[in-house]
Write a protein that binds this ligand. Structure first.
Ligand code: HEM
Length: 145
């Protein structure tokens, strides 16, 4: 497997996430508000009450960010997450608006600390996780004989 991030990029993501962690609840509020403003068609996929969802998303992001140096070890969990998302009604097209809302939230939360380099590192992380989730979801589809 090709290395997907440099150690420097991993450090940038970990440091920037640590800056957002103290305002995790606000960041989660911002994220969902932005997501449903830009992609209202996604709202029905989520439960009415988002409070549990917000905690789970931030916890999962925290796990991923902490585990970046051992990313391969995280793959089975990420693939399982991808298969569960298929059951939630999530399709490949949904990953773009979610990623855009995530990047927007980080930019809001980090302000000037969200440099182009930090942005690139986050885009790489999100793209890598999304790809693994989408591949796992696709693998489950019945294969032609
Ligand atoms: C890097 C990408 C993503 C991560 C890390 C992530 C993380 C999570 C986590 C941790 C959960 C809690 C349930 C579980 O563990 O199965 C969850 C649920 C969910 N996610 Fe994601 N997610 C991602 C992308 C997406 C995308 C693109 C969508 C598209 C709309 C989405 C929609 C949902 C929905 C609808 C639920 C279930 C809500 C419920 O019924 O409780 N997620 N996600």
């Amino acid at each position: 497997m090709t290395p997907f991030m440099t150690p420097h990029q991993i450090e940038l993501v970990q440091k920037s996430f640590a800056q957002v962690a103290p305002i995790a609840a606000t960041a989660a509020d911002l994220f969902y508000a932005r997501l449903f403003q830009t992609a209202p068609e996604l709202r029905p996929l989520f439960p009415d009450d988002l409070s549990e969802q917000k905690k789970k998303l931030m916890a999962m992001l925290g796990t991923v960010v902490t585990s970046l140096p051992r990313f391969h070890a995280l793959m089975p969990a990420v693939r399982a997450l991808g298969r569960r998302h298929k059951d939630y009604g999530v399709t490949s097209e949904h990953f773009y608006p979610v990623g855009a809302a995530l990047i927007w939230t980080l930019q809001k939360g980090l302000g000037e600390a969200f440099t182009e380099e930090v942005a690139d590192a986050w885009v790489t992380v999100y793209a890598t996780i999304s790809k693994a989730m989408m591949e796992a979801a696709a693998d489950e589809q019945p294969k032609a004989a």
